[in-house]
Ligand binder design. Structure first.
Ligand SMILES: Cc1ncc(COP(=O)(O)O)c(C=O)c1O
Length: 409
């Protein structure tokens, strides 16, 4: 064995003793209570079939090359499909511009590192995604953490950062480990001026909630959810300044990130922003500049998925809402626990080994649930992360509840 393997194995052994060793596991036939495929498109042969037909049509029987971008966007990787889709997204979400990325992780790295060149300071919710935190580590900017969803603490943090300093606030629309929604209405009441710019990572709500079917964001009237119950706190955000503008308008002082690998069932991400911020990313975002552009087939797949959800999403979302309501009711009745609106439900089982045992037990019953361990979440807040999808059933939920009950949740 080489020296480096020896050291690596010792390191991995140490992870095992902490209960934080990770292993790849095929999910196979397990009931899906873990993926981010909220509407079930990734599982839907109809969706896949239509997508393949769409791509075949776009390739004009093989005479059109869709396989590779062939270089970074600034070299040979900008092409008609990507600029057209970006234009479409900018119009659709009411931003001045949009920039497409191969995934949300890279999009966050690009956006946050580019913005850091403006001499701003950042304030971030303590539970924002790893990609936002990793991006901050790549900058020299001051970054202040604030307590989860605590706008009062955020205000204090911003005061501490200095009055003349433009602050960039990082939040998620739906926190992927907590299952709670960011209160944009309240945020905009508290931070109405020019003193801060919000970066809203809507990775988990893009396509799931929103103004028009399938959107996931903002209209002139603000967030309009499919169902006030699923999104009780993100509704009806008045934005009177934009009343006269045509189309739906991304609020000023806000940049939005959506991803296509979750609800939209394919892959990729887009930053919807002002033209100035788009140009800033093109000039200063290293993950954008020094990486091969996403291939045309990926861009076309994202375009297809966006339209698919826009036109057909309501059917799946309605089903998902009913399931979320059912699950919350059953969990309250049989387990005595109150859960967030859904579709992400954390069930606390403190301790890495304890939560892994619980997930294993569920797997033995054919139920796929992810154990979230520290350090992904703080110590003693380890949890099962239960995710519902439009393709789940009441019966599957009953089995899940019964199994959770059997080991004393
Ligand atoms: C909030 C949030 N942002 C960004 C990402 C990264 O997106 P992607 O999976 O497309 O890289 C994720 C992925 O889980 C996420 O949860």
């Amino acid at each position: 064995m080489t020296k480096i393997d020896e050291v690596a194995l010792a390191f991995l052994e140490e992870l095992k003793t902490l209960g934080s060793y990770r292993q790849l596991q095929n999910t196979g036939t397990l009931v899906d209570f873990q993926s981010n495929d909220y509407l079930g498109l990734g599982h839907d042969p109809g969706f896949s079939g239509s997508l393949i037909s769409f791509l075949a049509e776009k390739s004009h029987g093989g005479t059109e090359a869709l396989a590779a971008a062939t270089g970074s966007r600034l070299i040979s990787g900008s092409y008609e499909e990507v600029s057209r889709f970006e234009h479409y997204l900018a119009e659709y979400y009411g931003g001045g511009a949009a920039l497409f990325f191969p995934n949300g992780y890279l999009a966050n790295l690009a956006l946050i590192t580019a913005v850091s060149h403006l001499g701003v300071s950042f304030a971030y919710d303590e539970y924002v995604h790893a990609s936002q935190r990793d991006a901050l580590k790549l900058t020299r900017a001051q970054a202040y953490q604030f307590h989860h969803q605590n706008l009062e603490h955020l205000q204090r943090r911003l005061r501490g950062a200095g009055e003349n300093n433009l602050a960039v606030v990082l939040v998620e629309s739906l926190y992927s480990m907590e299952g709670d929604y960011f209160d944009l209405v309240q945020y905009r009441k508290v931070f109405s001026g020019n003193e801060s710019h919000l970066i809203l990572d809507a990775a988990h709500t893009g396509g799931l909630t929103g103004l028009k079917i399938g959107d996931g964001v903002i209209s002139r009237q603000g967030y309009i959810s499919y169902d006030e119950q699923l999104l009780p706190r993100i509704s009806a955000m008045p934005n009177p300044e934009n009343e006269s503008a045509a189309g739906d308008i991304l609020p000023e002082n806000m940049t939005l990130l959506i991803t296509f690998g979750k609800t939209f069932g394919v892959g990729g991400a887009a930053v919807i922003c002002s033209t100035a911020i788009k140009e800033l990313m093109i000039n200063k975002a290293r993950p954008f500049i020094y990486s091969t552009a996403p291939p045309p087939y990926q861009v076309l797949a994202a375009f297809f998925a966006h339209n698919y959800v826009k036109n057909k999403g309501i059917k799946f979302v309605t089903k998902l809402q009913d399931l979320c309501q059912y699950f919350r009711g059953q969990a309250q009745k049989h387990l005595g626990i109150d859960l967030p609106p859904g579709p992400i439900f954390p069930v606390l089982i403190p301790g890495n080994f304890q939560v892994m045992r619980a997930a294993e037990e569920l797997r033995n019953q054919g139920l796929g649930v992810t154990a979230i361990r520290s350090p992904t979440v703080p110590k003693n807040s380890e949890r099962l992360r239960i995710v519902l999808h439009a393709h789940n059933t009441d019966k599957e939920i009953d089995r899940l509840i019964a199994t959770l009950k059997s080991f004393g949740v």
